[in-house]
Design a binder for this molecule. Structure first.
Ligand SMILES: Nc1nc2c(ncn2[C@@H]2O[C@H](COP(=O)(O)OP(=O)(O)O)[C@@H](O)[C@H]2O)c(=O)[nH]1
Ligand SMILES: [Mg+2]
Length: 288
């Protein structure tokens, strides 16, 4: 399957440009907030960006707690905390989660702020840059922190096209940035997982590859939830090739000639998986 993923198809020129812009803004920020997706606590982080921001204070904020397996995310996050990197798992649309983060950010003092304080001057706002791969919720996080829609949000990669500085309060300013993937993924399965979650553009990996690999993963790891969601009898043996037929059959998705409409079944499956309707899962291999 690996050869079907065309080299660098997930890293178009605009991402390289955005990465350069990010690098040049870095000197103006006190803190980097890397946003990841709680459903992929490892593969949704970006080691390419991490290298770029070396030396800056960083925190990790995972989105989509409401869609993820709580035990597995907790395990993954504990490991970061042990390394001394503050890490949070939040539902970006939950007020309480957002105010906890605001509270934490309010307690951070930049070197510049400490200096101003020493001279008895009013402290400048903390300026943070929100970075991460596409579609993890960077703009949603900023809007929730501000309390209104300042950054544009869509459930597809590539919605934010340019860096924008957004004022949250007198104490906090945030840069919203376009999503950036890594130019290299040694593990092509990590790229597949990101495609399942909707962080890759639809052309990067052939849709059949995405469907088959996701079905395979769910059959191996969350078979019960998959069967119960699609009302498949538990004694029915399905594999990744036959699964969509069962969905089409159960939903009565038929083409005019009477054949099963596998495209429609596939689209529904992917949409329902991404929305967390089938199972609240973690797609990375988190070891206890
Ligand atoms: N369920 C859920 N959806 C979220 C959360 N955060 C963001 N989203 C959704 O994820 C999609 C991508 O969000 P967006 O902010 O545009 O991501 P960006 O590309 O990283 O800026 C949108 O459909 C958001 O509504 C969250 O915590 N939970
Ligand atoms: Mg955005």
């Amino acid at each position: 399957m690996a050869e079907q993923i065309k080299n660098l198809s997930w890293f178009p020129g605009h991402m390289k440009k955005a990465a350069n812009e990010l690098a040049s803004t870095l000197s103006r920020v006190d803190l980097v907030i890397e946003v990841g997706d709680a459903r992929a606590p490892y593969s949704s982080l970006n080691s390419y960006l991490d290298k770029m921001i070396q030396g800056k204070k960083k925190i990790i904020v995972y989105s989509k707690k409401d869609l993820a397996d709580p035990q597995k995310t907790k395990l993954a996050v504990e490991a970061f905390k042990e390394e001394g990197i503050p890490a949070f798992v939040l539902d970006f649309k939950n007020r309480e989660d957002i105010s906890n983060l605001l509270h934490f950010l309010g307690g951070i003092k930049s070197t510049k702020a400490l200096k101003y304080e020493r001279y008895g001057l009013a402290t400048p706002p903390l300026r943070a840059m929100v970075i991460g791969i596409p579609n993890v919720g960077k703009s949603t996080l900023i809007n929730s922190l501000v309390g209104k829609k300042k950054a544009s949000v869509a459930n597809k990669p590539g919605e934010t096209k340019v860096q924008t500085l957004i004022k949250v309060s007198e104490k906090l300013e945030l840069y919203d940035t376009p999503g950036i993937l890594q130019p290299n993924y040694d593990d092509k399965n990590a790229l597949r997982r990101l495609a399942w979650l909707g962080s890759l553009n639809d052309q990067a990996i052939p849709i059949q590859d995405i469907m088959l690999s996701l079905t395979d993963f769910l059959l191996k790891n969350y078979k019960e939830s998959l069967y119960s969601y699609y009302k498949i009898p538990s004694d029915k043996e399905l594999n990744k090739e036959t699964f969509l037929y069962a969905v089409a059959e159960e939903r009565k998705y038929l083409l005019s000639g009477g054949d099963f409409d596998l495209n429609r079944a596939g689209e529904a499956f992917l949409k329902e998986f991404r929305a967390g309707q089938i199972v609240k899962c973690v797609v990375d291999d988190v070891k206890a």
